[in-house]
Write a protein of this length. Structure first.
Length: 140
């Protein structure tokens, strides 16, 4: 049975706030002992006036989806007009990760903010192409 732990570290930065959320899932072996880490991801935020930059790293999959979406939705206040999702350090993204990105796009559209993907790794770009969403998601 998987268990998850979440740690939040808040560090003030000039002109905004930076938070880091780390989530690591572990599988429990037959004896109830934790086994090697199977999936992990990190999410950090930099808030500046009118913009939130989200930096994802690690594996963006089913284990990460809910935390990613919830965390970004909580940050998208009415004064945010642009959400930048930096994917430079993403090592894996499956259909659940893609669904999280699409959820973020729908949420941004609903609040009147724009959503931009930045530094998209080749493997994630290929997933976006195969899913035929490159025309809907802005990439810089």
């Amino acid at each position: 049975m998987p268990s998850a732990g979440t740690a939040t570290i808040t560090t003030p930065i000039r002109g905004g706030r930076r938070d880091v959320i780390a989530v690591h899932d572990r599988d429990v072996g037959q004896g109830g002992e934790p086994q090697a880490m199977q999936t992990s991801f990190d999410i950090s935020f930099t808030d500046t006036p009118g913009e939130v930059t989200v930096r994802l790293s690690g594996e963006i999959d089913l284990a990460a989806r809910e935390t990613v979406v919830r965390s970004v939705v909580e940050r998208t206040t009415p004064d945010v007009t642009r959400v930048v999702v930096d994917l430079a350090e993403v090592t894996f993204c499956d259909s659940s990760g893609l669904a999280a990105l699409l959820d973020l796009k729908r949420h941004a559209d609903g609040t009147g903010a724009s959503l931009v993907l930045r530094d998209v790794p080749h493997s994630v770009a290929r997933l976006l192409e195969l899913a035929d969403v490159t025309g809907w998601l802005a990439i810089e």
